[in-house]
Ligand binder design. Structure first.
Ligand code: ZN
Length: 144
């Protein structure tokens, strides 16, 4: 059975990432600088190179894929919650190459921005805390 809570969007933070910044670190910094502990993230733009994770459910571990070269960010979507006492951005990204072929995965550090425009919706409500989840091996929301 799903476990969920009501949340209210209280404000939005909208901006652009610095050229050559690390995309995940940049979005995380914006959240920390703006006191965002619960919310959602979306972004579009382009990257110079990307590093994304694919989670092997059988081995319970991430494999990281590296894509070198210029790509469009067709869609980045994610959320913000708390892990180890700090805001954590969990985002997935769909990228495309020069032929329009799409691929992607779990956004990881090492994805370097060419340009990126983002919107972060800030939610009001009790914090969502991440904790180790036994059946998946992932740090998931510990909702009661
Ligand atoms: Zn993920």
């Amino acid at each position: 059975m799903a476990i969920y809570r009501d949340v209210q969007c209280t404000r939005r933070v909208m901006g652009k990432c610095a050229h050559e910044s690390d995309l995940l670190a940049e979005l995380t910094r914006v959240c920390k600088d703006n006191g965002v502990s619960l919310g959602r993230v979306e972004a579009i733009g382009a990257v110079r190179k990307a590093r994304v994770g694919y989670y092997h459910q059988d081995r319970k571990e991430y494999e990281f894929l590296h894509f070198d070269g210029a790509m469009e960010i067709l869609a980045l979507i994610g959320n913000v919650s708390i892990k180890d006492g700090e805001p954590m951005v969990h985002a997935h990204v769909t990228l495309s190459d020069s032929a329009g072929r799409a691929f992607g995965g779990h956004l990881a550090s090492g994805t370097i921005v060419f340009s990126c425009e983002f919107v972060i919706e800030v939610f009001d409500g009790p914090e969502f805390l991440r904790a180790p989840d036994e059946p998946t091996g992932l740090p998931l929301w510990n909702l009661k």
